[in-house]
Every structure is written in C-alpha cells, then in structure tokens.
Design a protein around this ligand. Structure first.
Ligand SMILES: Nc1ncnc2c1ncn2[C@@H]1O[C@H](COP(=O)(O)OP(=O)(O)OP(=O)(O)O)[C@@H](O)[C@H]1O
Ligand SMILES: [Mg+2]
Length: 271
C-alpha cells in the first residue's frame, strides 16, 4: 500500500512498522523543502521477450539536507534509480522533480546546468580522467561552469584538502589507491557546490577502513554543508549515518525505515 508521500506500508518487523507508517523525513516537518521527488517512475530496458522492468512505479521523496540510502540486492534497480534521479537517463514513464522542477520539462541547456551545478555524482568506479592530475580532475567541471582558472585551482585545492589529499594534487589516478581516487571523485562532485550528492555504491571497491573514511567524509559534507546525500549501497555501515533507508526489490520500494526505528547491528539487517 502506498502512502501519498511515496512510502510503502509493510508488515516487515525488521524495519519497524511504526517507522514505515510515518510520513517521510527525519522528524517530518510540513514545511521541510523537498529536493527530490519521483512519481510513478518506470524504467523498462529492451523490448518484447528481452524487456527488463528495472523500475516499477517508484514514488519517493527526499527532503533538503537529508542523508538517505537506497539498499537492495544486486539487480533490484538501485543504479537505475540513481541514474533517473541524476537525470543521466530518462524513465520509460513517470516524473522526476529536482527542487520541484520537472526534469522532463528542461531544455538541453537547463539539463546541462542541473547536471553540472545542482547535482554532484560519485560513481562506484570513480570515473576519473586518467591523464589528468587530481587537481585537474576536480577543476574540470568548474571550467565547464565558467569559473576562472585561478579561482578553480584555489577551490580545487580547498576541496582536495577537505578530503585529505592536498599533498596529492599532482598525482594521476594510476598513482593513487582506490580510496584516494574515490576521495578525488568526492572533491570533484562538490566542486560546483551541488545541492544534491548522488553516490552509487561509494564504498563497494574499498577495504573496510578506507570505506569508513569515505563514509565519514560524506557524513561531514552532509552535516556541515547541508548537502542532500543519496547513496545506493550494500554497505550496512551507511545505515547508522542516514536518516532514512529505502529498500528496493524488483524495481519497487519495498519498505522505508527511519533511523530512529532501526536497531543497527552490522550484518543483521536483511536485504
Ligand atoms: N542498460 C541496461 N540494459 C538492459 N538491462 C539493464 C540495463 N541496466 C540495468 N539493467 C537491468 O535492470 C535491472 C536493474 O539493474 P540495476 O543496475 O539498476 O541494479 P542494481 O540494484 O544497481 O544492482 P547492483 O547492486 O548489482 O549494482 C537488472 O535486471 C539489470 O540487468
Ligand atoms: Mg548498481
């Protein structure tokens, strides 16, 4: 059963039914601004017998400065949802509103502005440009946004400092560890002061300790800069950091839980 706010009523004891019956949001305040809203989102890849229904009617709402996680088994639709929210791909049907603006209504220029200025992306595979230094990787999107080179360099260094990599500014990706590359990717995602940070499995390729430091950086960015953070993940450590968790299965939101109602024991929450 769907609530108007997009949450599902579920009988699942593990998530706590009282949490699920509540409206979305940390302590849901009626006036709290919504930054991401999806309405009846469907995504079908391929056609005919080969069609895959990757998303099947997803309604969700994320409030400004929330930290949320999207969890679910492999193939459940997390990355597909991530790509839709990030306006990197188009839904087969349904609507996506970012900051209450329907993405489908945007012109090509407005869409480019959204992707460059409003949303920061962190990918599982980092997607750094191999022949650029850490600093150049971070400053490139600032150049696209029209920032003068000297200001971009200054800001780039500040961001590398934020993620603890100021001394590696002239290293190329091949000269950095996975965790360092992911931290450069975080700095790059922040370069144009996005209101939303989307992270698709940001710790999936990292060892436990390195993953922990990446998560702490994401948490700090959320708390200190009020950036809305949406992570798709298998990493249960994220559960202790986020306000709400959306569990996805077979392209649907199966349940939603608020942090207050989750008892978090590593490895004890079903996916
Ligand atoms: N470009 C594509 N073409 C066809 N099918 C796709 C495509 N991308 C994803 N799918 C299918 O859509 C479904 C959802 O995939 P998605 O990548 O969103 O899952 P996921 O939850 O991110 O999985 P994982 O945890 O393994 O990253 C899967 O069945 C997948 O095979
Ligand atoms: Mg994925």
């Amino acid at each position: 059963m769907n609530e108007p706010n997009g949450q599902k009523i579920s009988n699942s004891a593990s998530a706590g039914t009282s949490a699920i019956a509540k409206p979305a949001g940390s302590s849901p305040t009626p006036g709290r601004p919504v930054v991401i809203r999806t309405l009846g989102l469907n995504k079908i890849y391929g056609r005919g017998d080969a069609a895959t229904h990757a998303l099947a009617g997803v309604d969700l709402m994320v409030y400004r400065s929330e930290f949320i996680s999207i969890m679910g088994p492999s193939g459940s639709g997390k990355s597909t949802l991530f790509n839709m929210i990030g306006a990197l791909d188009q839904p087969s049907s349904g609507r996506i509103l970012i900051d209450e603006v329907d993405v489908a209504q945007l012109s090509a220029d407005e869409l480019a502005f959204l992707r460059c200025r409003k949303i920061g992306y962190i990918f599982q595979q980092y997607h750094l440009i191999a022949y650029l230094t850490a600093l150049e990787n971070v400053t490139t999107p600032m150049a696209f946004a029209g920032l003068p080179a000297d200001r971009a360099r200054k800001r780039g260094m500040e961001l590398l400092d934020l993620v603890g990599l100021a001394d590696r500014w002239d290293h190329r990706p091949i000269e950095m560890s996975g965790g360092q590359q992911q931290r450069v990717a975080i700095a790059r995602a922040l370069c144009n002061n996005p209101m939303i940070l989307l992270a698709d499995e940001p710790t999936a390729n990292l060892d436990f300790a390195t993953g922990q430091s990446v998560l702490e950086i994401l948490q700090r960015i959320n708390q200190e800069r009020q950036v809305t953070v949406v992570c798709s993940t298998h990493d249960h450590r994220l559960l202790s950091m986020c306000e709400r968790v959306f569990w996805v299965r077979d392209g649907e939101i199966e349940r939603v839980a608020h942090r207050d109602e989750m008892t978090i024991k590593l490895g004890s929450i079903d996916e």
